[in-house]
Each structure stands twice: as structure tokens, then as C-alpha cells.
Design a protein around this ligand. Structure first.
Ligand code: AMP
Ligand code: MG
Length: 423
């Protein structure tokens, strides 16, 4: 069988990543929809969230104690007249209109500080005697009080479009009265695993040389985690016509992720079939391990049932070895999926930890090696798992991160700082 591939174009990791980011900058999200705030976590915000009033809406006490005029505490101990008590949520007409010189108001955390007072002295530094209180410590003006509008002014921007909503963002939305948010629709991502040896998970008796399909499931899980909707297609055999039919089907989604069939073997047909379909290839490999044969391109999606042209769809050919599939999804498919999901672009961020033991590698490729990050606070350390290469799912499941080693390093000494990519 003669295999006509796309011209080889193997990039450094940085260049390959840049190419994906450049393409990702051109894609559009797929419209918007409203969601209930309770289930909006993890979705991508498609509207601006503004402060509907000043935050806090009144000068807020951050302590239980006494609202005072700081100047009254120049001489200590000081004795002040207690003219009232304010609890959180106090009715406005029960709040003393003004705290005068020599006066104090008992106040609780979260309650509004009355006019005239400029600080709150903590209850711990006071001794109450009925209508009077003795204060043993001074306070600076402003201490233990958050002024009205200090956190945000009415009308100011709190959350921008393109934000993947965290619990902190949800809290902000709730605090300005948004029980529903407009978010971007989740992109549909087709998953197409390939390989004659691959059988379904439900196959109760795989033949002695058959392998259960794990990639479709790990990739679907990564898609869900990244905010997409997986559309898992049947496994494609290593046979051009059937593969092509399934690729055609996959190109109808917003993104197509293939696994397997992109190495140099005689039956690795993914590039060949996509070439025949006039696909454009941005790269056909990246200098990384695992995941070197990763392919990125774009292919016309044909016409809809009503004859409308569907434009073109980005695809990634992820290498079939399960760990390569996971790593290349993380490094390359993720930024494209995030862009399709309407998410603002952000840089890859790596943590750093000390290597627990020496690591020796051959230079030339940027490595992403399964590892275990452990230790607490300042003592985090990381250690490679023992593995049998990029097909070793069991070792990778024991790992909780990847150690990232630059291509010019031959060894990392025990105790050296190394970059760590979390999963
Ligand atoms: P390939 O990239 O097609 O050469 O496959 C590389 C290795 O990954 C082979 O050992 C395959 O059996 C294995 N592999 C490919 N696809 C899958 C899959 N969907 N699930 C599990 N293993 C796979
Ligand atoms: Mg294969």
C-alpha cells in the first residue's frame, strides 16, 4: 500500500503551540444561551456583569466591637458613652444618626458603621459597663471599616465576557442580583478513534491481540472538563473508505479530534485520508515526548443536508498511545476548544517543584513525563512514575501531573526546580 502523506512539518513545541494559538484567535464561539446561576460554574460568560450598586452598599464593619471616633482614643484607657447597638441587617431607622465626640455604638460584623464614627475598635479591647464602655487600645481612622463603594462603584465592570466562571465569579454574580447568566454555547467536539485492533469497552471478550478503546473515553472526559460536548463516533478501522466516511461525519462538529493512525506505520492512514480530502495541515509533528506525531489542520466539512456549505473545521490527529493522546489534547487541542467555547486566551502556566530524584533524558524533545507531586506548603516535590512508555495507562493513572523538561537538558539533579503541568 502506498501512503501519500502531507509534507512533513515538525515544529518545536513552542512553534506548534503558537500556530494553534494563532488559529484559535480567529475562531468564534457558537452563540449564547441563558443558564441558571446555580449551574453556571465552569461555563464561559457571554455578558458583562456590572455592579448594580456600590459594594459594599454601606460602610461595613469587619469586626464585632464599638464604632468610635478614632480621635477619642488618643488618651487610653478611654471611657465612652454607648448610645446604641447595630447588628448586621439593622433597620435603617434604628441606626443612630450620628456618633458624636465621646460616644460609641456597639456594632457587629457586617453591620453599617453610623455617620460620625470612623473606626471600629474590637470588642476584645473593651470592657462594657452598661451605658458606658472602657477602651484599652487605640485605633487608626478607617480601621476595621470597609468604606461604601471601596470594593466596586455602582456601574463598574466586575466580570468580563470570555471568563470561565469560578466560584468567586458566581459569588460576584449573586452579589449583584444575577440569578441567571448569559453564557456561550458549548462547542460540539467529535471524537474519532482509529485502529483495527481497537474494540469497544462493552466487548466482553476482546481477542488476544485486541485492545479496548480507552482514548475515546479519556478524550471525552478532557472535552467535558474543558467545557465542550463530546460527540463520540464509532471506532474507525484502518481502511481508507470507512475512515473517510467517519471523518466526514466528524467534520460536522465544531472540532474533530482523531486518535491513532498518525505515526509512520503502513496502516497509519489519517494524514493520507485527510490529504485526499484537501485538508490544510499546519503541522504534522511537534518535538515533544510523548506525542511527537501530533497533527493539526483544517478541512472543508462539505455541505449540510440542505446543501449549505458548512465551511471548514479544525482537526487534531492525536497519536494513539493513550498517554500521548492525553498530553497532546492538553497542549494543543485544549486552547482551540477553549477558543471555540468563547474563552479568553491565557498562557500555559506551570507550577514548579523540586525533583525528588535525579532524572536523566536524551536531549532534543520537550518532555512531559507522568509524575507524582507530593509534599505540602514550601516542601512540594515531584517524582517520575516508573512507566513503560506512552502506552502505560496504569502508570499514568498513578501519576497526578507531568514533569516538563526542556529539550536542551540531559539531566535534572535531585533538588533542582522543575516545571510541573497539572492534570
Ligand atoms: P497508533 O497511533 O495508531 O500507531 O497507535 C499507537 C498505540 O496506541 C497502539 O499500541 C494502539 O493499539 C494504541 N491505541 C490506539 N488507539 C487506541 C485507543 N483508542 N484506545 C487505546 N489504545 C489505543
Ligand atoms: Mg493505529
Amino acid at each position: 500500500m502506498s501512503v501519500s502523506r502531507a509534507p512533513s512539518n515538525v515544529l518545536s513545541f513552542e512553534d506548534a503551540r503558537r500556530v494553534v494559538e494563532e488559529q484559535a484567535a480567529h475562531v468564534q464561539a457558537r452563540g449564547t444561551e441563558p443558564v441558571d446561576l446555580l449551574v453556571a460554574g465552569g461555563r464561559v460568560l457571554a455578558e458583562l456583569v456590572l455592579a448594580d450598586r456600590d459594594l459594599p452598599p454601606f460602610p461595613r464593619s469587619t469586626r464585632d466591637g464599638y464604632a468610635v471616633r478614632a480621635g477619642d482614643l488618643a488618651q487610653l484607657p478611654a471611657t465612652l458613652d454607648v448610645i446604641g447597638e447595630i447588628k448586621a441587617g439593622e433597620k435603617i431607622d434604628r441606626i443612630p444618626s450620628r456618633v458624636g465626640s465621646g460616644q460609641a455604638v456597639a456594632i457587629m460584623t457586617g453591620a453599617p458603621v453610623p455617620a460620625g464614627a470612623d473606626a471600629v475598635v474590637m470588642v476584645e479591647y473593651t470592657t462594657g459597663h452598661g451605658e458606658r464602655v472602657e477602651v484599652a487600645r487605640g485605633v487608626a481612622a478607617g480601621e476595621n471599616v470597609v468604606p461604601r463603594g471601596a470594593e466596586a462603584r455602582q456601574g463598574s465592570l466586575l466580570l468580563d465576557r470570555g471568563l470561565r466562571l469560578t466560584e468567586a465569579d458566581i459569588a460576584v454574580a449573586a452579589s449583584v442580583g444575577k440569578s441567571e447568566l448569559e453564557v456561550y454555547r458549548q462547542p460540539r467536539v467529535a471524537v474519532l478513534s482509529t485502529g483495527d485492533e481497537i474494540v469497544d469497552v462493552d466487548d466482553c471478550a476482546p481477542g488476544p491481540t485486541q485492545i479496548r478503546n480507552s482514548n475515546s473515553y479519556s478524550v471525552a472526559s478532557q472535552i467535558l472538563k474543558t467545557g465542550g460536548q463530546p460527540v463520540v463516533l464509532p471506532v474507525a478501522p484502518d481502511e481508507p473508505q470507512k475512515l473517510r466516511r467517519l471523518i466526514d461525519e466528524g467534520l460536522k462538529s465544531d472540532l474533530l479530534l482523531l486518535t491513532g493512525g498518525v505515526s509512520m506505520g503502513r496502516y497509519d492512514l489519517v494524514e493520507q485520508v485527510l490529504s485526499e480530502m484537501q485538508a490544510e495541515f499546519f503541522f504534522t509533528g511537534a518535538k515533544i515526548q510523548p506525542g511527537r506525531p501530533v497533527v493539526f489542520g483544517k478541512c472543508g466539512a462539505g455541505t449540510s443536508d440542505r446543501g449549505r456549505s458548512l465551511g471548514s473545521t479544525y482537526f487534531f490527529g492525536l497519536p494513539g498511545n493513550p498517554v500521548s493522546t492525553m498530553v497532546t489534547f492538553e497542549l494543543f487541542a485544549r486552547p482551540m476548544l477553549e477558543a471555540l467555547a468563547g474563552q479568553r486566551r491565557h498562557k500555559l502556566v506551570f507550577l514548579h517543584a523540586r525533583a525528588k530524584a535525579e532524572i536523566r533524558i536524551k536531549p532534543g524533545l520537550r518532555r512531559f513525563l507522568p509524575a507524582i507531586l507530593s509534599g505540602e506548603f514550601e516542601n512540594s516535590e515531584v517524582e517520575l512514575v516508573t512507566w513503560h512508555g506512552s502506552g502505560d495507562i496504569a502508570a499514568t493513572a498513578r501519576a497526578n501531573c507531568y514533569v516538563v523538561i526542556p529539550p536542551d537538558r540531559e539531566s535534572i539533579r535531585a533538588g533542582d526546580w522543575v516545571a510541573v503541568m497539572m492534570r
